[in-house]
Design a protein around this ligand. Structure first.
Ligand code: ZN
Length: 320
C-alpha cells in the first residue's frame, strides 16, 4: 500500500478503535484482521465482473468487496446505508461507469472527491472512445455493457491494473505479472467464443433478449442481437419494438429467445405468446443468460470467464 493510503487507513483504524466505530468488512471473519499481510488494499466495487477482475489482478494483496451480488440489476440498484459505510471506508472504489450504475452516479461522483474512485470503462473511453457503441438520444450516451466483448473488457483490465499499481507500488511486479496472465486467459477465451458461435448457421445466429445488453457481444462475435427493452432496464418497452420483434421471429422461424438472470422474464414471455398466436412456436431458452450480473457461487458462471463460457454454450445449444 502506498504511504498516503497507509496513513488514511491508520488514522481511520485509530479513530475506529478509540470511538468504537463499527468497521464493515473488518469483523471476525475478515482475513485482514487476522493477517495484516493478506489483502492489504481494501477495495469496494459495484458489480461481480469487476470484483472478479480485481481478484485476478490483485491476488493476495487486495481484499475485494462487491456491492452487487448474483441476480442484481445494476441499472436499478440503489445504495443501502451499509453500502455507503463500505464505500466511505474503502482504500479505493472501482465501478463500471458509462451510466451502468445510474442510481449510484451522484454518490460515486461525490465519493471521487474524497478517495480514489475509478470507472474501469475509462480504460476504453479516455483513449479509444471510437470502440464504444453510441446510443443516440440517450442520457447515457454510450452503451455500458462493455464486458460482453471479452477483448474490450481486457482493456478495462489493463486500466484497473494500472490503477492498482499506482495505489500499491510496492507490489507492482506482482500486479503486472497477474494482470498479464489474466489477459492471456481472456485472449484465449475471446478466440474460443468466436469459434464456438461461428458454428451456428448465420441465418439462425439471432438473439432476442429482455434488454439490449448484448450489442458489444453481437459486434464482437458476429451475432445479430435485439433487446426488447433499451440499453437500461429502466427504459420502457415500446409496443412498436415488440411488434417488430414478433414479425422477425415469425418470418425467420427463430427457435429460441432468451431471459436474463437480472431481468424479470415477463416481457419475453409475452413475445412468445404473440408468436404462438401467429402460428410460430418459439421457446424461451430454459437456461438464463448472465448479462449484467455473474452467476451464484458454486455455479460455472460465478466468475467472469465462467459466465462468458456459460452464455456462449447456452446460446449455441439454443440456436444451432
Ligand atoms: Zn444492462
Amino acid at each position: 500500500m502506498n504511504r498516503r493510503l497507509s496513513l488514511v487507513r491508520c488514522l481511520y483504524l485509530a479513530a475506529a478503535t478509540a470511538g468504537g466505530l463499527w468497521m464493515p468488512g473488518c469483523g471476525a471473519g475478515d482475513s485482514r484482521s487476522d493477517d495484516p499481510a493478506a489483502g492489504s488494499l481494501r477495495v469496494v466495487c459495484t458489480t461481480g465482473q469487476i470484483a472478479d477482475m480485481l481478484r485476478n489482478i490483485g491476488g493476495p494483496h487486495v481484499t475485494v468487496d462487491p456491492l452487487m451480488g448474483p441476480g442484481v440489476d445494476p441499472h436499478l440498484y440503489k445504495a443501502t446505508p451499509g453500502d455507503i459505510r463500505k464505500l466511505n471506508s474503502a482504500d479505493a472504489v472501482f465501478y463500471n461507469g458509462l451510466h451502468l450504475e445510474g442510481r449510484l452516479a451522484d454518490l460515486l461522483q461525490k465519493l471521487a472527491r474524497r478517495r480514489p474512485a475509478y470507472a474501469v470503462t475509462d480504460g476504453v473511453r479516455q483513449n479509444q472512445s471510437r470502440l464504444l457503441r453510441e446510443i443516440p438520444g440517450s442520457e447515457a450516451h454510450y452503451d455500458p455493457h462493455v464486458w460482453l466483448d471479452v477483448l474490450l473488457w481486457a482493456r478495462c483490465v489493463e486500466y484497473a491494473a494500472e490503477k492498482l499499481i499506482a495505489l500499491d507500488a510496492e507490489h507492482a511486479d506482482d500486479y503486472r505479472r497477474r494482470a498479464d496472465a489474466y489477459l492471456a486467459e481472456l485472449a484465449e477465451l475471446h478466440e474460443s467464443c468466436r469459434q464456438r458461435l461461428s458454428e451456428i448457421p448465420k441465418v439462425q445466429r439471432v438473439m432476442v433478449t429482455a434488454h439490449d445488453a448484448f450489442g458489444y457481444f453481437g459486434d464482437a462475435y458476429d451475432v445479430e442481437v435485439h433487446g426488447l427493452q433499451g440499453i437500461s432496464t429502466a427504459d420502457e418497452t415500446d409496443l412498436a419494438t415488440a411488434n417488430r420483434l414478433v414479425d422477425m421471429l415469425v418470418k425467420r422461424r427463430i427457435k429460441s429467445v432468451f431471459v436474463e438472470s437480472s431481468v424479470p422474464p415477463k416481457n419475453i414471455r409475452s413475445l412468445v405468446e404473440a408468436c404462438a398466436a401467429r402460428g410460430h412456436t418459439v421457446r424461451v431458452c430454459e437456461k438464463e443468460l448472465y448479462s449484467d450480473a455473474l452467476g451464484p457461487g458454486g455455479t460455472p458462471a460465478e466468475t467472469y470467464a465462467g459466465m462468458v463460457r456459460y452464455n456462449v454454450e447456452t446460446i449455441v445449444e439454443a440456436l444451432k
